[in-house]
Design a protein around this ligand. Sequence first.
Ligand code: ADP
Ligand code: G6P
Length: 472
Amino acid sequence: MAERSSFVVVANRLPVDEITTPDGERQWRTSPGGLVTALHPVLTEHGGTWIGWAGGTGEAPEPFDLEGIHIHPVPLSADELERYYEGQSNATIWPLYHDAVETPVYKRRWRETYRLVNQRFAQAAAEVAADGATVWVQDYQLQLVPAMLRELRPDLKIGFFLHIPFPPIELFMQMPFRAEVLRGLLGSDLVGFQQRLAAQNFVRLARHLLGLRYEGQSIQVDGRKVKAGAFPISIDTKEMERLAADPKVQARAKEIRAELGDPKTIILGVDRLDYTKGIELRLKAFRELLSDGKLKVGDAVMVQVATPSRERVEHYQSLRVKVEREVGRINGEFGRVGVPAVHYLHQSYSKQELAAMYVAADVMMVTPLRDGMNLVAKEYVACRGDTGGALVLSEFAGAATEMRQSFLCNPHDPDGVKDALMRAVAAEPAELKRRMRVMQRHLRTHDVAQWARTFLDALEAAAEGRDPEPDG
Ligand code: ADP
Ligand code: G6P
């Protein structure tokens, strides 16, 4: 029998991922993406069990302990990986929830496998949760888990947090098993979103699709109340500030600047290689500014880190081709021997190396077409200390609601992006410092520990049937 915990997190990803190196050796490495970045410090502080997929296929590794977290791996077969993870999660739900910026693909057998795998995660949670435990289910891969888990264990407090946007009703209604997904989420006591509007979409959808009554952010379901609210996620601000101030990171940042040829302006992008992130439009804006003569190679250099992601999904394969073609085009037209215009890095980095890049960069470009939050934007701000630096930020990132002193732009408007980038490049150092200080102050009080605390307090109140302050 598995060890039982009073606090259980259920997510598709574990904080670590088991990979096989080219020499066939098995190794653990930090999992990609913002969900893990945010939850890892929360679980380290809180303790408890983290249920998730270990990254490979076939039998799951045995449970183990990591930095005070009890890790409980769930297995996926190769077929399940293809249908549940690559298919239903990342070729249907991911694009649909991100404003259908790529066309969602609908397949019956993907849905069936999604259901089956969600049942497995629910079963695992039912086994490891102690009596009356708090179970916190994460993200779009596991939307059926709350209802499945409530069926198995009505004694639990069940929370759900969606890390990505929740779509408007018209888009959600495209999904073939929409009512099942909605009922799945309604198995929770509290459903959390990044944005107020998302919570409102959810509550209205419950009435539209299932005819449920609601008052404020509280939905009546089978004689229970389900709360919805906005809980904008954040970063471990103190840890990021500490990392950036580390003399080794500072020295590495100077080295990066020198390696780039000591340009006046380093423009940085750091994203998973994902079509929601607006990497292509950012490259295009840079190319046009070079072509207009507003930026000059040598004076300005762009560094684009594009973390490999979901590489077997077709949308991601075609994106990679397009991005690499654009990088080649820019360097072909504007680069010189030994002086490329764009440095493109399709690799993962350590936290230290990323922090050094943030410290080195004068302008950070975060231009998603749609993003639940975007932690990279917040990490950059936290790393800047008193050195200023400019954040160019899409209005379509959740972070735009909080990072109001950034250079906001509409990523669908190429001239708007170019204009924001040029304003960022030309801004006075004193103004940049002033803007950064306001955003840094916000991040110190709104860090990831505060996010988790606020959600878990609201969950406790919702599960006990008390009326927590409606939050959205
Ligand atoms: P998403 O969750 O969609 O990937 P976020 O911006 O919210 O987007 O989170 C991305 C996280 O992944 C950040 O914590 C960032 O530091 C990290 N990250 C991004 N690129 C890399 C990379 N190449 N190597 C290591 N970590 C990365
Ligand atoms: C986003 C999602 C997470 C996901 C991460 C990385 O942050 O919200 O659920 O874990 O991207 O994607 P991956 O498919 O590699 O887990």
